[in-house]
Design a protein around this ligand. Structure first.
Ligand code: HEC
Ligand code: HEC
Length: 362
């Protein structure tokens, strides 16, 4: 099957998920390519790098490696649309609360391949078939060859999180196998074609697959975030006592929790892609994503010295960049970044909440 058709069939018509039925993705026009390039810089460069080289923040993969881009574009589009919940990669599709339309994501996907001058491989009708391998044997291969980079439980590290439920649900066995056989050029991911037998490559693929949980991208009920600037936590409270900030800007989860419990007045900014705020956030936080219009954010925050604490998932890249421009362009002195990020916050046992249920989306 022509890869563009797979992209059309799976991603656009929502064969896996509900969505507008568009038969197939038309070719990228010059105008669409320019817009995709702008979208890339605005939304993706923070972690994947200005030149798509990857590993700029939090081991975001390369988005120009040949073996990724010659894989099914639908799979790449879905990674962008739905993200990899539980990792810093959020969903950018507006269906899940992200900033981009389906068409923008398709264009971005096509643009990535065109810019890297990689042609997606022609796939046949067996593309979504399971690879026949022995998962128990594959577990041994995994222990020997993969844990150092991908983690003992596939939680990720230098390498991608290979037990991530969304990643497993949105990729085919062939997609995984292709990465294992060819590696990812220009990244630490080695090509195993020379070192593992074809049978062991099938086995380790089957092992990865055996951990999938049947994750589904549910149609999410989106919540309307509170308006920026009207969301001061504890408006009648005293200012927080954060003590001295590490490196002039970092605040620990323990201190933030203590000051929230003491009912101190502050603003919490969630600087991740907005779909992640929809999924879970620290109670009272308001979305101010790293790609937001700076002038708008700066003009809507109160200028009365209220402390502003930013956090993200990465664990600091997005929040660092927002606090940098809040200080430089907005002249907000009382600003800080949550050192551990929200993943650290959660793993230390501090609470999070889902989208604000009291305020349904319009
Ligand atoms: C906050 C950091 C961050 C931002 C911003 C971000 N990503 Fe990612 N992205 C990641 C990480 C980390 C992963 C790997 C997640 C994992 O372990 O599964 C990832 C994975 C991916 C993948 C899967 C790649 C593969 O090898 O399977 C694609 C495709 C992708 N991102 C595209 C994008 C695009 C396009 C954008 C902009 C619209 C974007 N990302 C924005 C951090 C980010
Ligand atoms: C030296 C470190 C290293 C080792 C060892 C390693 N990997 Fe990777 N792997 C990576 C990195 C880094 C990436 C992300 C590549 C990128 O930036 O595009 C990756 C990506 C992958 C991907 C693509 C995931 C996705 O979401 O697209 C798969 C599949 C994979 N590795 C499987 C394996 C398996 C199976 C083994 C063991 C047989 C293994 N890797 C060993 C570093 C490693």
């Amino acid at each position: 099957m022509n890869p563009r058709m797979i992209l059309g069939a799976v991603f656009l018509t929502g064969a896996l998920f509900a969505g507008p039925a568009i038969a197939q993705a038309p070719a990228l026009t010059d105008e669409a390519a320019k817009q995709a390039a702008r979208n890339y810089q605005q939304y993706c460069a923070l972690c994947h790098g200005k030149d798509r080289e990857g590993h700029v923040n939090d081991h975001a993969p390369s988005l120009r490696s040949q073996s990724l881009l010659e894989s099914d574009p639908g799979t790449i589009g879905e990674a962008i649309g739905y993200g990899r919940p539980g990792t810093p990669m959020g969903g950018y599709l507006n269906d899940v609360g992200g900033p981009l339309k389906r068409r923008d994501i398709v264009d971005l996907t096509l643009w990535l391949a065109e810019t890297a001058k990689v042609k997606p491989l022609e796939e046949d009708e067996h593309y979504f078939d399971r690879v026949a391998g022995n998962a128990a044997d594959g577990a041994k291969v995994y222990q020997q060859q993969c844990v150092t980079c991908h983690g003992a439980n596939g939680e990720g590290g230098t390498g991608t999180a290979l037990s991530n439920p969304a990643m497993l649900a949105l990729t085919s066995d062939r997609f995984l196998r292709h990465a294992i056989v060819n590696g990812r050029q220009g990244t630490p991911m080695p090509a195993f074609a020379g070192t593992l037998s074809p049978a062991d490559i099938d086995n380790v693929t089957a092992f990865l697959r055996s951990r999938s949980t049947g994750w589904k991208a549910d149609a999410r009920e989106l919540r309307k975030p509170p308006p920026l600037g009207k969301y001061v936590i504890n408006p009648k409270g005293k200012p927080p006592d954060f003590g001295e900030l590490k490196e002039g800007r970092y605040l620990s989860a323990a201190v933030l929790d203590r000051e929230l419990k003491a009912k101190r007045r502050m603003i919490l900014l969630d600087t991740r892609v907005t779909s992640m705020w929809q999924m879970a956030h620290i109670e009272g936080s308001v979305p101010a994503p790293y790609y937001a219009n700076r002038a708008e954010v700066v003009s809507s925050l109160p200028r009365d010295g209220t402390w502003i604490v930013a956090y993200c998932e990465c664990p600091r890249a997005a929040a660092d960049s927002v606090v940098k421009w809040l200080r430089e362009e907005g002249k907000f002195a009382n600003t800080a970044v949550l050192y551990e990020g929200i993943q650290g916050w959660v793993s230390l046992g501090y609470p999070v909440t889902a989208g604000d249920a009291s305020k349904p989306a319009p």
